[in-house]
Design a protein around this ligand. Structure first.
Ligand SMILES: Nc1ncnc2c1ncn2[C@@H]1O[C@H](COP(=O)(O)OP(=O)(O)OP(=O)(O)O)[C@@H](O)[C@H]1O
Ligand SMILES: [Mg+2]
Length: 293
């Protein structure tokens, strides 16, 4: 097991704003003043309604986009480009169609110039982790969507990055594969102290996996909730604590949707201390304010 410094900060996301210029000359503001920190070794799930900026934030953290306001620091240094320390699993898996499963997974290692023997050893281990060992010679067009997504996950795992940025990685998987891969991810985090940012629409998945759930809401997206989940693993999905956490997050999302429809809100985080709620969840509350009272 790799030791990790207790409570060292991985990401600092400071008042991040992102506006896109569209092809037809419009401007779309995706994020507006998003701030939170991620500790090294934490598994943080990001949830929130479609269009609230989850993918945008992940791409900014990966260095694939640049913020139009604020900044993102990784271990104290601004994120300016992608790096080998960060592995990304995209919402739309993007495999090389002309490469087999094995060759898709070895690609990053080939780029690094790793000896062929090591490439194959590591790629086969990653392919086995996602349960595709019988398909290493298959091409992407021969695989189902879920299988292709598993190749994309193996491709991120094989580079053994310290940070995984995962955008709805299990969204297209069948239930049993999804549950299995959730446990694969937890084992990986336990054994290798990965820092993981994981976007999902499944609140069950978020509560099962996370040390913490950050809820984004609104258009442009803002942080509307931040929930610490202090439950030992493996988590019992039908336990009272689990269900309470899940309902709590659902309520935060519902409340923020209500606010979106009514008032122009600026969330202000109360950062000093957690407000306890029933069960093991600690909710770091967000206090909405009117921009122009
Ligand atoms: N390259 C781009 N050009 C213009 N607008 C963009 C671009 N990327 C994202 N957006 C806009 O930014 C907003 C946030 O998009 P984003 O993909 O981050 O949402 P999301 O929370 O990931 O949604 P979903 O849950 O559907 O994946 C949307 O309004 C989207 O149209
Ligand atoms: Mg998205």
């Amino acid at each position: 097991m790799i030791p990790v410094t207790q409570h060292s900060t991985a990401f600092q996301i400071v008042d991040v704003k992102k506006t896109f210029d569209t092809a037809d000359g419009r401007q779309v503001q995706a994020l507006d003043g998003v701030s939170f920190e991620v500790e090294a070794g934490q598994l943080v799930c990001m949830v929130g309604p479609t269009g609230c900026g989850k993918t945008t934030l992940l791409r900014l953290m990966a260095g694939l986009e640049t913020p139009t306001g604020g900044q993102i620091l990784l271990e104290g240094k601004p994120v300016v480009r992608p790096g080998a320390d960060r592995g990304m699993v995209f919402q739309q898996y993007s495999l090389f169609p002309w490469r087999t499963v094995l060759k898709n997974v070895t690609f990053g290692l080939e780029m690094k110039g790793l000896p062929k023997k090591d490439q194959l050893k590591r790629a086969r281990r990653a392919i086995q982790q996602v349960g595709l060992n019988k398909f290493e010679k298959a091409y992407p067009y021969e695989l189902s969507g879920g299988m292709q997504q598993r190749v994309a996950i193996a491709r991120a795992l094989v580079n053994e990055p310290q940070i995984l940025l995962m955008d709805e990685p299990y969204g297209s998987l069948d239930e049993s594969t999804r549950l299995k891969l959730q446990d694969v991810l937890l084992a990986l985090c336990r054994d290798h102290q990965k820092t993981v940012l994981f976007v999902t629409h499944s609140l069950d998945e978020a509560v099962y996996l996370s040390d913490r759930v950050v809820v984004l809401g609104g258009m442009p997206g803002q942080v509307v909730g931040d929930l610490t989940i202090d439950m030992p693993h493996p988590r019992e999905r039908v336990s009272q604590q689990f269900v309470e956490c899940l309902l709590h997050i659902r309520q935060v999302i519902a409340d923020s949707a209500l606010n979106d429809n009514g008032v122009d809100l600026v969330p202000v985080q109360r950062l000093n201390g957690h407000l306890p709620t029933p069960g093991p969840c600690c909710f770091q509350d967000i206090e909405p304010q009117r921009k122009n009272p």
